[in-house]
Write a protein that binds this ligand. Structure first.
Ligand SMILES: [Zn+2]
Length: 59
């Protein structure tokens, strides 16, 4: 199975999800809890995923 992965552009932590929409939620939740001083709006999160997300196999 292929996962979509994006690295947090603040701390570099890799976040993985089954779809880009789920990844968007994970990225926003991560930023909200870990980097509350640097919030990411939905538009910025979508751009980050469009630009930087990549496919990874979880096997
Ligand atoms: Zn982070």
């Amino acid at each position: 199975m292929t996962m979509r992965v994006v690295e947090c552009n603040i701390c570099g932590e890799p976040l993985a999800a089954a779809t880009d929409d789920e990844l968007l939620g994970r990225l926003r939740a991560h930023v909200e809890s870990e980097h509350s001083s640097a919030p990411l709006d939905e538009h910025q999160a979508r751009e980050t995923i469009a630009r930087e997300a990549y496919d990874a196999s979880d096997s």
